[in-house]
Design a protein around this ligand. Structure first.
Ligand code: FE
Ligand code: CA
Length: 528
């Protein structure tokens, strides 16, 4: 929802921290605050690069995409080390990487109320082509980023290539895999959540250490995002191509469900204030459209993206609207509580939206880009003592069943589910009842492991043989770190499981561990 200038000013005033005011009042109190003055003053007084967080693009359509940056000369400081002042930022878009043929340019006012973030929505570009962009503030120039528009919605593209990533705990590993991803010639990146972790410094700090305590305030969330985005490999990957992002729990609080905290003694009002902080910092830090700007503790993140008639990506939010995990969020059998009809992962509005998206889609591949595993997998591998995750779709079985039945009965073309969260790789064939091997497969699920969370992984997870033997839906499982690289044509979907052998030290090697194919028209998955 759009905020009025008055609302923005109010928000700004409410965020004038005493500390920020004292630090900068001397600098700015006597100035006439035209943009030139502010910029000139910034350039002189800060004498540092305000573009420490790099550049990014996201949420492309066939007419444009979002350009993003955030001014933060001191990324870990409150307000990124910026004065509490509006600052003008110039942007330009060119058709060449030397930025010689500029086809669009303009000025954006970066406001303290939004952490001096810059979100520019381009709407007049040509479909299906690459562009380059950069920002300027005073004398400072950002690095040059690369972005692309989607093909026209009526066109029949020959292929799309994209990466699928999630779960990048900063303390547990280096972002080495993004070095390989940057060479993969991708059109898009999907990030499926746990972009940051909210924990206090040192909780998982083996490789490097979070800044500060468990994050609660807006400044806390801002500086945590800034710390993550200061990583040069992550920053570089954002500059390579547009990203389409959704969150999971750790962007806010571990295993949160709707308005319910994991810790049951948290004051519900405090919890919603914290969520408002988390959502605002997320919006500020990501290349999102104005339609995603939060209103207090609400933020509409589910949305779709179309790559011509080749693929329709439906990006879900399985955190904000879900009902509480059943069985006290403990691993459980598929009991009555897990089957409760009142359980919902998506909430009614998102369910309705998803159904109409699927029905109206003309696309060859209908892709759900979401967070938690949909495969009904008994993680113990022991049918006598079954253990299903209640934080994932097995805790919301009735809704899951209805959704897969819907895909089957409405003959939704080639449904594919992309998933993160679980810190391990999986390939699952989805049925209305995954436990019943006799049923037809309706969709394929590719679950991407974590990029770093969990530290160095293993090729052979615990109980691998038992899990494979007792879960007919599971076609592959591996516990290394990495991401998935997909290449999709009208005839075939191919997912390469890219894994990295070392995340706790520099110099890890990333390679293709396994590769799976789905032919258009057949939900069965097989080795490439
Ligand atoms: Fe995670
Ligand atoms: Ca998670």
């Amino acid at each position: 929802m759009k905020r009025s200038p008055r609302q923005l000013r109010q928000l700004e005033r409410s965020q004038l921290s005493r500390r920020g005011f004292v630090a900068f009042s001397g600098l700015f109190s006597s100035m006439v605050l035209t943009s030139q003055h502010v910029n000139a003053d910034l350039a002189v007084n800060l004498n540092v690069n305000p573009f420490t967080l790099g550049v990014a693009s996201g949420d492309p359509d066939h007419r444009g995409f979002v350009l993003w940056t955030r001014l933060a000369p001191e990324p870990l400081e409150p307000s990124g080390g910026m004065p509490i002042q509006n600052v003008e930022v110039h942007w330009e878009v060119a058709t060449d990487e030397q930025m010689k043929s500029v086809v669009a340019s303009g000025t954006h006012v970066a406001r303290p109320a939004l952490g001096h973030s810059v979100h520019v929505e381009l709407t007049n570009l040509k479909p299906d082509r690459w562009y380059w962009y950069r920002f300027r503030c005073g004398d400072a120039e950002s690095t040059i980023g690369r972005a692309r528009t989607m093909p026209h919605p009526d066109s029949q593209p020959e292929k799309v290539r994209f990466g699928v990533t999630s779960c990048q705990n900063y303390e547990q590993g280096l972002y080495t895999a993004y070095e390989q991803m940057a060479k993969d010639e991708l059109d898009l990146v999907f990030h499926l959540g746990d972009y940051i972790y909210e924990y206090a410094a040192g909780r998982n700090g083996k490789v490097r250490t979070h800044h500060g305590q468990e994050i609660m305030t807006l400044d806390d969330y801002r500086s945590r995002y800034a710390q993550y985005r200061s990583d040069p490999l992550l920053q570089n990957m954002h500059a390579q191509c547009p990203w389409i992002l959704t969150w999971d729990d750790h962007e806010f609080d571990n295993n949160c469900a709707g308005e319910i905290s994991e810790q049951k003694d948290v004051d519900p009002v405090d919890f919603m204030v914290r969520r408002a902080n988390a959502y605002q910092a997320y919006y500020e830090m990501m290349p999102l459209r104005i339609a995603q700007m939060p209103t207090g503790s609400d933020m509409r993140l589910y949305r779709s993206a179309q790559f011509g008639q080749l693929a329709n990506f439906m990006v879900l939010d399985t955190r904000q609207y879900r009902s509480d995990q059943p069985n006290n969020d403990k691993k459980s059998p598929l009991n009555e509580a897990a089957w409760d009809k009142k359980q919902s992962m998506l909430g009614r509005e998102q369910r309705g939206w998803l159904s109409s998206q699927m029905i109206q889609s003309q696309a060859n591949w209908n892709v759900l880009a979401q967070q938690v595993m949909m495969g009904t997998v008994n993680r113990s591998g022991d049918n006598e003592n079954p253990q299903f995750s209640m934080d994932q779709w097995p805790g919301y079985l009735y809704e899951r069943k209805q959704m897969v039945e819907f895909m089957r009965d409405r003959k939704i073309a080639n449904p594919v589910v992309l998933t993160g969260d679980i810190h391990t790789n999986w390939v699952n064939e989805l049925r209305v009842d995954d436990r019943n091997e006799g049923e037809a497969t309706v969709a394929t699920e590719f679950v991407a492991t974590s990029l770093t969370s969990g530290g160095n992984g293993t090729l052979k997870p615990k109980r691998l043989d038992a899990v494979l033997a007792n879960n007919p839906c599971v076609k592959y499982h591996n516990a290394e770190r990495g991401y998935i690289r997909c290449e999709v044509t009208p005839k075939q979907w191919k997912s390469d499981y890219m894994t990295v052998d070392e995340v706790t030290k520099p110099g890890g090697k990333t390679f293709e561990r396994a590769s799976f194919v789905v032919e258009s028209g057949a939900a069965k998955v097989h080795n490439a």
